[in-house]
Design a binder for this molecule. Structure first.
Ligand SMILES: NC(=O)c1ccc[n+]([C@@H]2O[C@H](COP(=O)([O-])OP(=O)(O)OC[C@H]3O[C@@H](n4cnc5c(N)ncnc54)[C@H](OP(=O)(O)O)[C@@H]3O)[C@@H](O)[C@H]2O)c1
Length: 192
């Protein structure tokens, strides 16, 4: 990668909001490390390279600790100017009718994976005294989600976590922004 350019990590960049955010970074001249758990991440990388920046795609399950760690390792020690922790997914139907492993995957992706990645990158940013973190929460975090009870609960966590971290990092040179989209027409609603 070209070290003189700024560098961003964007998770969930294969589709929807993350792909749009990654496109915005590429338009602004950022080299990119992008991640998703779907081969579509390769298509996204191809599209983003058209902006003349270096793009490394990584196919990884960010619900897993080793997945998050391998994403961080893939940055190869390069300073991260912008982290967009956006990967997340929901799960429909009544809580007791949902598969417990699938429910756990929602928690592990939306909460554990986000916390782990922000911890890795946030420490490096704080040590450098510079960096911007954007975390995708949701307005769903404000609303108990009947028939998406666990998803909405994870977003309540993410919204709260991001706002608290923003205050903790005040005056360190690291900013934290919480993106709280309303209903947005992406692949989110096509997933189970
Ligand atoms: N759409 C909405 O109305 C809405 C509203 C508020 C907040 N949000 C939030 O916005 C974020 C993006 O969602 P979206 O609407 O853009 O939906 P999307 O089109 O389904 O995109 C979700 C992205 O996250 C990735 N992802 C999900 N689980 C992952 C995992 N375990 N490991 C790696 N990548 C994973 C997906 O990749 P794979 O295909 O590989 O799984 C995909 O790239 C999510 O955090 C969502 O909760 C969405």
């Amino acid at each position: 990668m070209e070290e003189t350019r700024s560098f961003a990590i964007v998770t969930g960049a294969s589709s929807g909001i993350g792909r749009a955010l990654a496109r915005r970074c590429a338009e602004e001249g950022f080299d990119l490390l992008i991640a998703a758990d779907d081969p579509q991440i390769e298509d996204a990388a191809q599209e983003l390279r058209a902006h003349g920046v270096e793009v490394s795609p990584l196919l990884v399950d960010l619900a897993k600790r080793e997945g998050v760690d391998s994403l961080y390792d893939a940055a190869q020690g390069r300073s991260v100017d912008v982290l967009i922790a956006n990967a997340g997914h929901g799960l429909g139907h009544a809580f007791l009718d949902q598969d417990l492993d699938e429910l756990q995957h929602v928690v592990d992706t939306n909460i554990s994976g986000t916390v782990r990645l922000v911890h890795h990158v946030g420490r490096e940013m704080r040590a450098r005294g510079a960096g911007r973190i954007l975390i995708t929460g949701s307005i769903a975090g404000y609303i108990p989600g009947t028939f998406t009870a666990v998803y909405n609960g994870t977003k309540a966590f993410v919204d709260s976590f991001a706002i608290a971290l923003r205050a903790e990092l005040k005056d360190t040179g690291v900013t934290v922004t919480c993106l709280m989209p309303g209903a947005t027409d992406t692949e989110f609603f096509e997933r189970p």
